[in-house]
Design a protein around this ligand. Sequence first.
Ligand SMILES: CC(C)(C)c1ccc(C(=O)Nc2cc(-c3ccccc3)nn2-c2ccccc2)cc1
Length: 306
Amino acid sequence: NGKMGCCSSACVKRIPLEKILLRRSIGEGAFGRVFLGECMDLERRKLFTIVAVKTLKGNCSEHLRRDFEREAEFLATLEHENIVHFYGACTETSDWMMVFEYMEHGDLKNYLRSHKPDTAQCTDGLLPTGEALTKPELLKIIVQIAKGLRFLAAQRFVHRDLATRNCLVGNGLKVKIGDFGMARDIYSTDYYRVEGSSMLPVRWHPPESIFYRTFTIESDVWSFGVTMWEVVTYGLQPWSEFSNSEVVEHIKNCHILPRPSGCPDFIYDLMKGCWKINPQERYTMKSICELLKDAEWKQPDYLDLV
Ligand SMILES: CC(C)(C)c1ccc(C(=O)Nc2cc(-c3ccccc3)nn2-c2ccccc2)cc1
C-alpha cells in the first residue's frame, strides 16, 4: 500500500512480541490500525519507550506482506531529525507490527487547524485546543519540513504524497515527515479517485504528475510549495472553492494558488519557485533551505489589513 522505495540490505530490527504493550488505538484505516504503546528495552538506559505501533491486518494478501517487509527494510535506512524514526517490526503473529517513535500532537494538518488565531477560528466552530501559532512558529514548521524533504531528496527518495496530513508534530513544536498510511481514510477529501487508478492527492500534484503520472524529486518540490501554503493558512484546503475535477482543469491551465492574506512576499515567492510549470526550473530543496536559513517572518500583521 505505501510506496516505500527499493529494498535495501539494511536489516530491520526485529522486536519480540512480548516487548510490545499496546495501550490504546489512535488511528483506524483500511489496511490496519495505529496504537499508542510502550516498548521495552528499545533504548539504552530506558526500561520502556512510548511508541506508535502500526498493525497490518492479519488477513491481508501475501503481496501486501511482501510490500510491508520491503517498506520496513527501506524505512529502517532513513535516519534524520525531521523524519519520523522507525524502530523496527514484529512479525511473530498474524498481525504484523511496525514500531515508530510517538509524536505527541498527531498530524500537522489537524494541529494547524486547532491552533489558528481566533479571528479565523469561529468560522468552522472548532474551539481552539491551544494557543494560536505565531508567524515565527509557522516559519519554524516550514523550515523543519524543508530539512526533512531535503534529506529524502538527497536519498533519491520520492515521497509522492507530501502534505501537512503526512507530517507529525511532537513536543516543543518538533515537526517530522512521516505517517501511518491513514491519510486516505482520515482526509479522504484530499484525494481524488482518478478513473480506475488509486486515489491521488491532485491538489498537491504538479501538471506532469496529473497528466503523465511522473513523480520525481521535482514533483515533491511542487507538493512542498502546497504544503507551505497549508502551513501559512493554518490548514486550509487548497482550491477549496473547486471540485477535484475543476482543480485538474485549473492545474492544466497553469493556475497557481493565490498569496494567502498575511503571507509575506518572500514566502509567496518561495511557493511560486516551487510551482514553475517546467520541473527543471523549480527550486531544489537545498536552495529552499538556504533561502529559509536567514529568513524570519518580518511582515507585521497590520499589513494584511490593507
Ligand atoms: C517520510 C517517510 C520516508 C518516513 C515515509 C515515506 C512514505 C510513507 C508511506 O508511504 N506511507 C504510507 C502510505 C500508505 C498507503 C495506505 C493506503 C493507500 C495508499 C498508501 N501506507 N503507508 C505506510 C505503510 C507502512 C508504514 C507506514 C505508512 C511513510 C513514511
